[in-house]
Design a protein around this ligand. Structure first.
Ligand code: CP
Length: 306
Protein backbone atom coordinates (compact mmCIF):
# COMPACT_ATOMS: atom_id res chain seq x y z
CA UNK A 1 0.00 0.00 0.00
CA UNK A 2 1.38 3.42 -0.90
CA UNK A 3 -1.42 5.82 0.05
CA UNK A 4 -4.19 5.03 2.57
CA UNK A 5 -7.23 6.85 1.22
CA UNK A 6 -10.13 4.44 1.69
CA UNK A 7 -11.01 1.58 3.97
CA UNK A 8 -11.59 -0.42 0.77
CA UNK A 9 -7.80 -0.85 0.67
CA UNK A 10 -7.79 -2.79 3.96
CA UNK A 11 -8.77 -6.45 3.71
CA UNK A 12 -9.57 -8.65 6.70
CA UNK A 13 -6.03 -10.05 6.98
CA UNK A 14 -4.41 -6.60 6.93
CA UNK A 15 -6.91 -5.33 9.50
CA UNK A 16 -6.05 -8.15 11.90
CA UNK A 17 -2.33 -7.71 11.26
CA UNK A 18 -2.66 -4.02 12.18
CA UNK A 19 -4.63 -4.94 15.30
CA UNK A 20 -1.89 -7.35 16.37
CA UNK A 21 0.76 -4.73 15.65
CA UNK A 22 -1.18 -2.13 17.66
CA UNK A 23 -1.27 -4.55 20.61
CA UNK A 24 2.47 -5.20 20.27
CA UNK A 25 3.27 -1.48 20.13
CA UNK A 26 1.06 -0.83 23.17
CA UNK A 27 3.10 -3.37 25.14
CA UNK A 28 6.50 -2.30 23.77
CA UNK A 29 8.80 -0.36 26.14
CA UNK A 30 8.80 3.29 25.08
CA UNK A 31 12.55 3.42 24.45
CA UNK A 32 12.25 0.49 22.02
CA UNK A 33 9.31 2.04 20.16
CA UNK A 34 11.25 5.30 19.79
CA UNK A 35 13.75 3.57 17.52
CA UNK A 36 11.19 2.56 14.90
CA UNK A 37 10.69 5.87 13.06
CA UNK A 38 13.86 7.60 14.29
CA UNK A 39 14.92 10.11 11.63
CA UNK A 40 11.52 10.17 9.90
CA UNK A 41 9.39 13.30 9.53
CA UNK A 42 5.61 13.17 9.14
CA UNK A 43 3.61 16.20 7.96
CA UNK A 44 0.10 16.70 9.36
CA UNK A 45 -2.08 18.97 7.22
CA UNK A 46 -5.51 19.67 8.70
CA UNK A 47 -7.96 21.67 6.58
CA UNK A 48 -10.82 20.88 9.01
CA UNK A 49 -10.89 20.93 12.82
CA UNK A 50 -9.66 17.94 14.80
CA UNK A 51 -8.64 17.02 18.32
CA UNK A 52 -8.26 13.23 18.39
CA UNK A 53 -7.06 12.45 14.90
CA UNK A 54 -4.40 15.14 14.63
CA UNK A 55 -3.08 14.80 18.16
CA UNK A 56 -3.10 10.99 18.17
CA UNK A 57 -1.28 10.88 14.82
CA UNK A 58 1.28 13.40 16.06
CA UNK A 59 1.68 11.57 19.38
CA UNK A 60 2.05 8.31 17.43
CA UNK A 61 4.91 9.78 15.37
CA UNK A 62 6.68 11.03 18.51
CA UNK A 63 6.11 7.71 20.33
CA UNK A 64 7.80 6.00 17.36
CA UNK A 65 10.76 8.39 17.53
CA UNK A 66 9.85 10.47 14.48
CA UNK A 67 9.19 14.19 14.22
CA UNK A 68 6.20 16.21 13.01
CA UNK A 69 5.78 19.29 10.83
CA UNK A 70 2.23 20.57 10.91
CA UNK A 71 -0.24 22.94 9.28
CA UNK A 72 -3.31 23.31 11.48
CA UNK A 73 -6.28 25.22 10.07
CA UNK A 74 -4.52 24.79 6.72
CA UNK A 75 -7.48 26.17 4.78
CA UNK A 76 -6.71 29.59 6.28
CA UNK A 77 -3.07 29.37 7.35
CA UNK A 78 -1.33 27.56 4.50
CA UNK A 79 -0.73 28.71 0.92
CA UNK A 80 -3.95 26.89 -0.04
CA UNK A 81 -5.54 30.18 1.05
CA UNK A 82 -3.67 31.80 -1.87
CA UNK A 83 -5.12 29.26 -4.27
CA UNK A 84 -2.36 26.63 -4.36
CA UNK A 85 -3.67 23.30 -5.61
CA UNK A 86 -3.63 20.27 -3.33
CA UNK A 87 -1.52 18.42 -5.89
CA UNK A 88 1.16 21.13 -5.61
CA UNK A 89 0.91 21.05 -1.81
CA UNK A 90 1.64 17.31 -1.91
CA UNK A 91 4.50 17.75 -4.41
CA UNK A 92 6.13 20.31 -2.11
CA UNK A 93 5.40 18.86 1.34
CA UNK A 94 6.58 15.50 0.00
CA UNK A 95 10.04 17.08 -0.33
CA UNK A 96 10.11 17.84 3.39
CA UNK A 97 8.37 14.85 4.96
CA UNK A 98 8.39 11.05 4.66
CA UNK A 99 4.59 10.79 4.89
CA UNK A 100 1.62 13.17 4.84
CA UNK A 101 -1.41 12.82 7.12
CA UNK A 102 -4.21 15.01 5.82
CA UNK A 103 -7.74 15.96 6.79
CA UNK A 104 -9.47 17.73 3.93
CA UNK A 105 -12.92 19.12 3.24
CA UNK A 106 -13.18 17.45 -0.18
CA UNK A 107 -12.85 13.70 -0.65
CA UNK A 108 -12.79 14.17 -4.43
CA UNK A 109 -9.96 16.73 -4.27
CA UNK A 110 -7.95 14.49 -1.95
CA UNK A 111 -8.36 11.42 -4.17
CA UNK A 112 -7.40 13.40 -7.27
CA UNK A 113 -4.31 15.02 -5.69
CA UNK A 114 -2.83 12.02 -3.81
CA UNK A 115 -1.19 10.47 -6.92
CA UNK A 116 1.00 13.59 -7.17
CA UNK A 117 2.56 12.98 -3.76
CA UNK A 118 6.04 11.43 -3.77
CA UNK A 119 5.44 10.10 -0.22
CA UNK A 120 2.56 8.10 1.32
CA UNK A 121 -0.62 10.08 1.99
CA UNK A 122 -2.96 9.02 4.82
CA UNK A 123 -6.57 10.17 4.76
CA UNK A 124 -7.35 11.49 8.26
CA UNK A 125 -10.95 12.32 7.34
CA UNK A 126 -12.20 13.65 4.01
CA UNK A 127 -15.37 15.76 3.91
CA UNK A 128 -18.41 13.55 4.26
CA UNK A 129 -16.60 10.74 2.44
CA UNK A 130 -14.39 8.44 4.49
CA UNK A 131 -12.31 8.30 7.67
CA UNK A 132 -10.44 5.03 7.22
CA UNK A 133 -8.09 5.26 10.20
CA UNK A 134 -11.11 5.82 12.45
CA UNK A 135 -12.64 2.58 11.14
CA UNK A 136 -9.40 0.74 11.90
CA UNK A 137 -9.35 2.02 15.46
CA UNK A 138 -13.07 1.25 15.80
CA UNK A 139 -12.40 -2.33 14.69
CA UNK A 140 -9.47 -2.51 17.09
CA UNK A 141 -11.75 -1.30 19.90
CA UNK A 142 -14.50 -3.84 19.13
CA UNK A 143 -11.91 -6.63 19.02
CA UNK A 144 -10.30 -5.46 22.27
CA UNK A 145 -13.61 -5.07 24.10
CA UNK A 146 -15.46 -8.17 22.84
CA UNK A 147 -12.62 -10.40 21.62
CA UNK A 148 -13.97 -10.76 18.09
CA UNK A 149 -14.95 -8.95 14.91
CA UNK A 150 -17.51 -11.49 13.75
CA UNK A 151 -20.99 -12.64 14.75
CA UNK A 152 -22.02 -9.20 16.00
CA UNK A 153 -25.19 -7.15 15.99
CA UNK A 154 -24.04 -3.56 15.45
CA UNK A 155 -26.46 -0.67 15.91
CA UNK A 156 -25.28 2.40 13.99
CA UNK A 157 -27.01 5.61 14.99
CA UNK A 158 -27.11 9.29 14.12
CA UNK A 159 -26.00 11.09 10.97
CA UNK A 160 -25.42 8.32 8.45
CA UNK A 161 -25.48 10.70 5.49
CA UNK A 162 -22.57 13.01 6.33
CA UNK A 163 -20.85 10.90 9.02
CA UNK A 164 -17.64 9.74 7.35
CA UNK A 165 -16.73 7.46 10.27
CA UNK A 166 -19.90 5.47 9.64
CA UNK A 167 -19.13 5.18 5.92
CA UNK A 168 -15.72 3.64 6.57
CA UNK A 169 -16.85 1.46 9.49
CA UNK A 170 -19.79 -0.08 7.59
CA UNK A 171 -17.51 -0.88 4.64
CA UNK A 172 -15.04 -2.59 6.96
CA UNK A 173 -17.68 -4.51 8.92
CA UNK A 174 -19.20 -5.76 5.66
CA UNK A 175 -15.98 -7.76 5.12
CA UNK A 176 -16.33 -9.63 8.43
CA UNK A 177 -18.39 -12.79 9.02
CA UNK A 178 -21.79 -12.83 10.69
CA UNK A 179 -22.32 -9.06 11.03
CA UNK A 180 -25.90 -7.81 11.41
CA UNK A 181 -26.47 -4.06 11.09
CA UNK A 182 -29.26 -2.02 12.62
CA UNK A 183 -29.63 1.60 11.60
CA UNK A 184 -31.45 4.45 13.32
CA UNK A 185 -31.16 7.97 11.94
CA UNK A 186 -33.07 11.22 11.50
CA UNK A 187 -35.23 10.69 8.44
CA UNK A 188 -33.23 12.94 6.03
CA UNK A 189 -29.85 11.65 7.22
CA UNK A 190 -29.83 8.05 5.98
CA UNK A 191 -26.95 6.34 4.18
CA UNK A 192 -25.84 7.89 0.87
CA UNK A 193 -27.45 5.88 -1.97
CA UNK A 194 -24.13 4.49 -3.27
CA UNK A 195 -23.17 3.18 0.18
CA UNK A 196 -26.67 1.74 0.73
CA UNK A 197 -26.28 -0.09 -2.60
CA UNK A 198 -22.81 -1.32 -1.63
CA UNK A 199 -24.16 -2.69 1.63
CA UNK A 200 -27.08 -4.39 -0.13
CA UNK A 201 -24.65 -5.95 -2.62
CA UNK A 202 -22.46 -7.23 0.21
CA UNK A 203 -25.42 -9.31 1.43
CA UNK A 204 -25.02 -8.08 5.01
CA UNK A 205 -28.40 -8.06 6.84
CA UNK A 206 -29.53 -4.47 7.55
CA UNK A 207 -32.64 -3.45 9.44
CA UNK A 208 -34.00 0.01 10.19
CA UNK A 209 -35.02 0.46 13.83
CA UNK A 210 -38.31 2.10 14.84
CA UNK A 211 -36.82 4.08 17.68
CA UNK A 212 -33.67 4.36 19.74
CA UNK A 213 -34.72 1.72 22.27
CA UNK A 214 -35.55 -0.67 19.44
CA UNK A 215 -32.12 0.06 17.91
CA UNK A 216 -30.02 -0.67 20.97
CA UNK A 217 -32.04 -3.58 22.42
CA UNK A 218 -29.85 -6.71 22.49
CA UNK A 219 -27.08 -5.12 20.38
CA UNK A 220 -23.46 -6.15 20.89
CA UNK A 221 -22.12 -2.80 19.70
CA UNK A 222 -23.90 0.54 19.68
CA UNK A 223 -22.08 3.03 17.44
CA UNK A 224 -23.46 6.49 18.16
CA UNK A 225 -22.52 9.52 16.05
CA UNK A 226 -22.97 13.28 16.09
CA UNK A 227 -25.27 15.09 13.69
CA UNK A 228 -22.74 16.86 11.42
CA UNK A 229 -24.39 20.26 11.84
CA UNK A 230 -21.65 21.97 9.82
CA UNK A 231 -22.46 19.83 6.76
CA UNK A 232 -26.28 20.00 6.73
CA UNK A 233 -27.38 21.46 3.43
CA UNK A 234 -31.13 21.80 3.46
CA UNK A 235 -33.75 23.11 5.84
CA UNK A 236 -35.32 19.67 6.15
CA UNK A 237 -31.99 18.26 7.39
CA UNK A 238 -31.96 20.63 10.37
CA UNK A 239 -33.93 18.13 12.40
CA UNK A 240 -34.32 17.79 16.14
CA UNK A 241 -31.71 15.55 17.71
CA UNK A 242 -33.38 14.90 21.08
CA UNK A 243 -34.71 11.51 19.99
CA UNK A 244 -31.17 10.37 19.24
CA UNK A 245 -29.54 10.83 22.66
CA UNK A 246 -28.54 7.65 24.50
CA UNK A 247 -29.62 8.01 28.14
CA UNK A 248 -29.30 5.88 31.25
CA UNK A 249 -32.74 4.39 30.57
CA UNK A 250 -31.38 2.77 27.38
CA UNK A 251 -28.83 0.78 29.40
CA UNK A 252 -31.71 -1.37 30.68
CA UNK A 253 -32.17 -2.93 27.22
CA UNK A 254 -28.45 -3.22 26.45
CA UNK A 255 -26.73 -6.52 27.36
CA UNK A 256 -24.01 -6.36 30.02
CA UNK A 257 -21.37 -7.47 27.50
CA UNK A 258 -22.37 -4.78 24.97
CA UNK A 259 -20.27 -1.72 24.28
CA UNK A 260 -21.18 1.84 23.28
CA UNK A 261 -18.74 3.48 20.85
CA UNK A 262 -18.63 7.02 19.51
CA UNK A 263 -15.89 8.52 17.32
CA UNK A 264 -16.27 11.76 19.33
CA UNK A 265 -16.67 14.66 19.72
CA UNK A 266 -20.11 14.18 21.27
CA UNK A 267 -22.44 17.15 21.51
CA UNK A 268 -25.42 15.83 23.43
CA UNK A 269 -26.10 12.46 21.79
CA UNK A 270 -24.69 10.49 24.75
CA UNK A 271 -25.70 11.52 28.26
CA UNK A 272 -22.47 11.91 30.30
CA UNK A 273 -24.33 10.15 33.16
CA UNK A 274 -23.58 6.85 31.43
CA UNK A 275 -19.80 7.48 31.24
CA UNK A 276 -19.02 5.48 34.43
CA UNK A 277 -20.79 2.38 33.04
CA UNK A 278 -18.33 -0.29 31.79
CA UNK A 279 -20.30 -0.46 28.55
CA UNK A 280 -19.32 3.14 27.72
CA UNK A 281 -16.15 2.45 25.69
CA UNK A 282 -15.73 5.72 23.78
CA UNK A 283 -12.81 7.11 25.76
CA UNK A 284 -10.98 3.77 25.58
CA UNK A 285 -11.75 3.91 21.83
CA UNK A 286 -10.07 7.34 21.58
CA UNK A 287 -7.00 5.95 23.39
CA UNK A 288 -6.86 2.98 21.02
CA UNK A 289 -6.48 5.46 18.17
CA UNK A 290 -2.95 6.22 19.32
CA UNK A 291 -1.83 2.58 19.06
CA UNK A 292 -3.66 1.87 15.81
CA UNK A 293 -2.10 4.97 14.22
CA UNK A 294 1.33 3.90 15.49
CA UNK A 295 0.71 0.52 13.83
CA UNK A 296 -0.39 2.12 10.56
CA UNK A 297 2.59 4.51 10.40
CA UNK A 298 4.95 1.65 11.23
CA UNK A 299 3.36 -0.39 8.45
CA UNK A 300 3.40 2.37 5.85
CA UNK A 301 6.88 3.71 6.57
CA UNK A 302 8.70 0.51 7.56
CA UNK A 303 6.54 -2.24 6.12
CA UNK A 304 5.98 -3.78 9.55
CA UNK A 305 2.82 -5.75 10.33
CA UNK A 306 1.73 -8.03 13.16
N1 CP B 1 -13.01 11.05 15.72
C1 CP B 1 -12.44 12.14 15.16
O1 CP B 1 -12.17 12.18 13.96
O2 CP B 1 -12.21 13.15 16.05
P1 CP B 1 -11.53 14.54 15.67
O3 CP B 1 -12.45 15.24 14.70
O4 CP B 1 -11.36 15.27 16.97
O5 CP B 1 -10.21 14.24 15.01
Amino acid sequence: MFHALSIAQFDVDTTFQLIRRAEALRAMPRHEARALLAGDIVATLFYEPSTRTRLSFEAAVYRLGGQVVSAENARENSSSKKGESLADVFRVVGCYADAIVIRHHSAEELDAAAPFSPVPVINAGAGSGEHPTQALLDAYTIWRELGRLSDLTVAVLGDLKYGRTVHSLLRLLAKMDGIRIRLFHPEPLGLPPELAAEMRDSGIPIEIAEDLEDAVRGADIVYQTRIQAERLQAEHELCATDDYAIRRSHLAVLPEHARILHPLPRVGEIDPAIDPDDRAAYFRQAENGLYMRMALLDHMLRGELG
